[in-house]
Design a protein around this ligand. Structure first.
Ligand SMILES: Cc1cc2nc3c(=O)[nH]c(=O)nc-3n(C[C@H](O)[C@H](O)[C@H](O)COP(=O)(O)OP(=O)(O)OC[C@H]3O[C@@H](n4cnc5c(N)ncnc54)[C@H](O)[C@@H]3O)c2cc1C
Length: 330
């Protein structure tokens, strides 16, 4: 590991000031991803700006929305009564990830900004356009079992690894930030980018832009929701495919509204808008779930080792919708 400076930010403005003009600086959350990357020399920041003390509150509003500070630990969110009651899929998504010890350290901001788990990104001897722009991608013709089936490019087939972000994408969450140019709010679903020709630019955040909080708008039917994660081991493994879904049904079984996001399939948490559009206003039946999955996965493309994910995503999505349609809560 290379030597680096360490500074603890007093407040968000202090964090932004410490980061200003230092492209080689990184914000430090729980360090559960960043420090691993520093050990592998994939990340070599000259300055770490500790932001763990910032924004540790979860604020619940009467309209049903929540504002979660970027410094709140993953464990705290998953255990929060208001989160579990209003947005149970978020608690389930977080609890399906990592381990108890890691969730105790990991922050909301760090979870959102965690880097891909593509093996070639971590392996300094491999070619990786994300690590070294223009170097090439050894995953495309290599062992690509965990890689993307949607939205990939000839430059990069990596996936975004977060479970929490998949639930947040389904919940229409927003990300609040501050930078030298002021405050702004982005939709979480628009924060992460598809790889295109620039897979090293992973989000819409500018260098030195700090995430301060995540806002979740009211969603009355999120009580009828699910997060299902399919992986190689029952715990301590990243998703091959995951589905976050919430379903709002009328008394006669028509889909009034629906939210779906997929994980493990793309360079970003994948909001399944085509599937949602196919379902809205129709009857909730196994046949309509199949058609919705087909609509979403029509453009999915498999590589040598991951083509199974297309069928896996289809079956997992259909199974989640079927499970939700059988639940009797309103
Ligand atoms: C063995 C293992 C298994 C795991 N399994 C899973 C899993 O199954 N599912 C899953 O979702 N995750 C999993 N994880 C990943 C884990 O969730 C992340 O490491 C964690 O969420 C990162 O949070 P952190 O606070 O430690 O981030 P850090 O490591 O501190 O930071 C990560 C990145 O975020 C940036 N950052 C931090 N805070 C901010 C901020 N406020 N604003 C802007 N940028 C910021 C940092 O600069 C860095 O680039 C696993 C990790 C490990 C080590």
């Amino acid at each position: 590991m290379m030597p680096f400076n360490y500074a603890r930010a007093r407040d968000p403005a202090d964090a932004v000031r410490l980061a200003a003009g230092r492209t080689e600086a990184r914000f430090l959350g729980g360090g559960t991803n960043l420090v691993d990357l520093m050990r592998e020399s994939v990340e070599v920041p000259k300055t770490l700006i500790d932001v763990t003390e910032l924004s540790q509150e979860i604020t619940a509003r009467d309209d049903g929305s929540l504002l979660i500070g970027a410094g709140v630990k993953n464990t705290t969110i998953a255990a929060d009564r208001r989160v579990r009651e209003r947005f149970p899929l978020l608690a389930r998504a977080i609890l399906s990830g990592a381990s108890g010890q890691i969730r105790n350290m990991a922050t909301v901001g760090g979870n959102i900004m965690q880097r891909t788990r593509c093996y070639y990104f971590y392996d300094e001897s491999a070619r990786c356009n994300k690590r070294t722009p223009g170097a090439g991608c050894d995953a495309i013709d290599g062992f690509n079992r965990i890689h993307a089936i949607l939205g990939a490019s000839p430059a990069c087939v990596a996936t975004h690894p977060s479970d929490m972000c998949v639930a947040l994408a389904a919940l229409d969450a927003s990300v609040h930030t501050v930078s030298a140019t002021g405050h702004r709010t982005l939709k979480l679903a628009d924060l992460h980018r598809l790889p295109g020709d620039t897979p090293h630019i992973e989000t819409e955040l500018a260098p030195g832009e700090l995430i301060t909080a995540v806002g979740i708008p009211p969603c009355s039917f999120a009580t009828r929701s699910v997060y299902r994660k399919v992986r190689d081991r029952a715990s301590y493994a990243f998703a091959l495919v995951s589905v976050a879904a919430a379903l709002d049904l009328t008394d006669n079984g028509t889909v009034r509204d629906v939210r779906i996001a997929l994980g493990g399939v793309a360079h970003k948490p994948w909001r399944a808008e085509k599937a949602e559009a196919a379902l809205r206003g129709g009857q909730a039946t196994e046949a309509s779930f199949q058609l919705a999955a087909d609509a979403e996965l029509k453009e999915a493309r498999g590589l040598r080792h991951n083509a199974f994910k297309i069928e896996l995503a289809r079956r997992t999505l259909v199974a989640c919708l079927a499970e939700l349609s059988r639940r009797d809560e309103k």
